[in-house]
Design a protein around this ligand. Sequence first.
Ligand SMILES: [Zn+2]
Length: 213
Amino acid sequence: MAVLAGETAPPADAEQSSRAEQSPRADLKAAALPESWEPPVASRNWKSIVLHHSATAQGDVPSIDAAHRRLKDGNGKPWLGIAYHFVIGNGQGMEDGEVQPTFRWQRQLQGAHAGNHLHNEHGIGICLIGNFNQQRPTAKQVAAVKKLVAALANRYGIGRSQIVRHLDIQSTECPGRLFPFAEVIAGLNQGAGLSAGKPGTKPSTRPFVRRAG
Ligand SMILES: [Zn+2]
C-alpha cells in the first residue's frame, strides 16, 4: 500500500545538483498547464491527484459519462455524470494519448472517483482508457499522463506524496498491476503531505458502488 512503491527520495543535495544542470525556465515551460487545460472558472482548492484506469478495452468521455449516469451514490442519488476530471484516450474511442477535460474540470466540481471524501473534494481524477491488469497503457498515454500530472502538480503545488493511484486510497485494483506509477511520478517534487491519504493510510473499508474503475 506504499504510495511511492519502489521509489526512494534522492538526497536533497543530489536533487539540487541535478536540477542545477537544467534551466529553471525550461522546467517551468515544460510543466505549464496548456491553455486548453486551464479551467475557465476559478480553480478549486486542489490538493491531490488520483490515477485510474477505465478497466475497459475502449472508451471515451461520452461512454464513461453515460455509464456513470446510471450509478447512484450512497444516498441513492444518481451521479451527475463522468466521475473524473480528465480522460486520456488509447486510440480506441479517443485518439491515442489525447487528453480531454470533462465537465467536472470545466466547472471545477468535486469528483466522484475516489471513494474517499478528501480525495473526491480536493483530488483531481484522471482516468486512462484501458485495462492495465491486462496490458500496459500505450506509450502515448504514458507520455500524456506524465505531462498532465506534472503540469497539474506544478500549477496547484501538489507534492509527489499526494499523487496517488486509486488503489492507494481504496480497496480496488485500479489502475491495474501494469500501470507504470513509478515512471509517472519520477522527477516530480516530493512536496508536503496532506493529513489523510499519506503512505501507510489504510484504505477505506466503506462500501462503494463502483470498483472496476
Ligand atoms: Zn479508479
